[in-house]
Structure formats: C-alpha cells, structure tokens
Design a protein around this ligand. Structure first.
Ligand code: 2P0
Length: 330
C-alpha cells in the first residue's frame, strides 16, 4: 500500500506520579509506573510524509530544522514504525507546536506522541492507543502518556511489549472540574536536561531505591482517590510525589536541583495558604523551576488572585483535561 500523508495532534501532559529514572535506557523502560493528566490547551500537530525522493529523515518544528538530538529521538520513533510496517522510505516530518514556551511545559511529550501517531497512520498501520504509546515511548518517556486523554497510567513493564500507557478511570466530575495553573518564573532552557538528570540520579542518588518504592505506594493510593473523585487526596498525593522526586536530585552526586528560590517560595506559600483557608490547591513541579498548581474550577479565580498578590511577576496559564490522539487528513 502507498503511504498516505497524515496529520496527528497530541497534547502535553502533567505527571501526578512522576517518571524519574530508567531501568533500561535502550528500551526506554522506566523504573516505576507513572500517572498523568493530559492537558487541553497545549498540543503539537505533526505531518508525516514517507517519500522516496528525500535523502533521509527530516524534521522541522515551526518551520525550523531541529537539533541533532531532537532528530535522533524522532528517528527512533520513525524506525519503530518502519520496522512494524515493513517500510524503508525516509520521512519528511513537519511539526507545529501549540505549546508556548511561555507556558513552561515540555513539548517533547506532545511532539513525539503526535509523531508516533502520524507516522503509524501514514505507514498504513492502524494501531490502538496502547500500541501507539509503545512507539511514542521510544522517542521520549513522557510521550508514552500523551497518546491517551484524561488521566493516563504508564505501566513500566518488563520488556518492549509490556511498557505502555492506558487511560485510568476517574470520577467524571473530577475529570471535568480539575484545573492546572502553570506558574511561570523562567522560560530559560534548564541547565540539566531530563534525560541526563535522571541518568545521574539513577547512577548516584542513594535515595533512588526509596523513590521507586514511594512512587509505587503513591500510585496505589492515587487510583482509588481518582475513582472516588477525592480531589484533596489526589492533590496531596501528587504534591508529595513531586517533592519526593525533587529530593532525589539533592542526594545525587554531584547534587543538583531544578528549583529556583521562587519555586520553593510558591510551594511553601500555597502550603501555608491551604492550611489557613479552605482552598484545595496543590503544587507539582517537573524538571524545571516552574510550578503547576492543581485545583478545581470553582477555586481558579481565588488562586489567580492569590498569585497576583504574592507572585505578581509570574505568568499564569490555566488549562484543564484534554483528549488523546486526533487525526486530520493532509
Ligand atoms: C514526568 N518528566 O513524569 C517527568 C517528571 C519530568 C519530570 O518525563 O529521557 O523528556 O526523553 O524519557 O520524558 C521528562 O522526561 O525524558 C519527564 P526521556 P522525558 O513527566
């Protein structure tokens, strides 16, 4: 069958139970299961054309050719699609990010998930989200979870076939009402990228075995809280898990942190506010200084007001739960 050009859209995600460390870097198997929320307002659209008249794979993002490192991740995904489809043609990939750098959210999750979906469809493979998530995983770990919508669990697995993502059941009211406020202190690229940061952590942090155990227990507690729609419990577990992940980096050698002073000030500020006022708001932090606050729709205005009072220079972007992969013809 002739390959047909295909657009796919995938959304970014925010992890409530973090992925931090690989047990098999070659197969991209994570040390622990993780669980995220797919986000509505930040996504990547990607077009894949397999064609014989190109010298090799090419990738542009927003019209610009990408770095060698970014192309390597994309080629790992394309190779996986070609292997499954029995194709040898190079691919032309055109990607458009709707993840403003100002939002402080990584676009690699949405980008590599959109690539996996567009490439598989263009190659004539019609795969389930579960199968697509395996392909996306070869590009970037967090992309595994961006294939599906809502709350999504990435099963660490023990081999290529068993490491994939599936949606997680949650109370419909929680899925509808949960809000994420991205609070941006810096849009500078981080000094230590996620891949290198987690490798250093796995190799040297004496807390690493405790982390995988913590993450397992947090995930086991989060599942019933999601099903019951118990937002304060969900938020408390997510905040604790994020801070446990960041404790790992201080115990690495050499020690490092993604926090800026403002990151810690915001975490402490909302912990104190939460204790004083009945506002359900919780913090989570990825591999960077920016904070994502979790709350419910009814409390967004109060949280925005509190942020304007306490962190007047931070930029704030509000979003909610988003869908899984969507396709568009060229
Ligand atoms: C996560 N992060 O669960 C965690 C929390 C950042 C902090 O997944 O090496 O870009 O390509 O698999 O997926 C960011 O790491 O790293 C990440 P690779 P990735 O969302």
């Amino acid at each position: 069958m002739m390959p047909t050009p295909q657009w796919a859209r995938a959304h970014t995600n925010i992890a409530l139970i973090k992925y931090w460390g690989k047990k098999d870097p070659k197969l991209m198997l994570p040390a622990n299961d993780s669980l995220s929320l797919t986000l509505a307002d930040f996504y990547t659209d990607t077009l894949v054309r397999f064609r014989g008249d190109c010298p090799g794979d090419s990738l542009t993002i927003d019209g610009q050719p990408v770095s060698a490192g970014a192309l390597t991740k994309a080629v790992r995904v394309l190779d996986e699609v070609r292997r499954r489809a029995g194709l040898t043609l190079p691919a032309q990939v055109i990607s458009r990010n709707h993840v403003p750098t100002a939002a402080g959210l990584a676009s690699s999750a949405s980008g590599l998930a959109a690539l996996a979906a567009a490439a598989a469809q263009a190659a004539g493979l019609h795969l389930t989200e579960q199968e697509l998530s395996r392909i996306a995983r070869h590009g970037s770990g967090s992309a595994t979870r961006s294939v599906a919508g809502g709350f999504v669990r990435w099963y660490a697995g023990t081999d290529d076939a068993s490491s994939y993502a599936l949606p997680v059941a949650a109370a419909p009211a929680l899925l509808q009402d949960i809000r994420v406020l991205a609070v941006i202190f810096s849009d500078q690229p981080k000094a230590i990228g996620s891949t290198a940061g987690m490798a250093q952590t796995v190799a040297t942090s004496s807390y690493f075995p405790a982390w995988t155990e913590r993450a397992e227990r947090d995930l086991a507690a989060l599942l019933p809280a999601l099903a019951a729609g118990d937002f304060p419990r969900v938020g408390a577990i997510a905040e604790g898990n994020a801070l446990a992940m960041h404790a790992l980096t201080w115990a690495a050698r050499p020690p490092f942190t993604y926090f800026l002073p403002a990151t810690l000030a915001l975490v402490q500020g909302i912990q104190a506010w939460r204790a004083a006022a009945p506002v359900p708001v919780y913090a989570t932090i990825d591999a960077g200084p920016n904070v994502k606050l979790l709350t419910l729709a009814d409390h967004v205005a109060a949280v925005q007001e509190w942020l304007a009072d306490h962190f007047p220079t931070a930029r704030v972007v509000v979003t909610h739960a988003g869908p899984g992969i969507q396709y568009y013809p060229e």
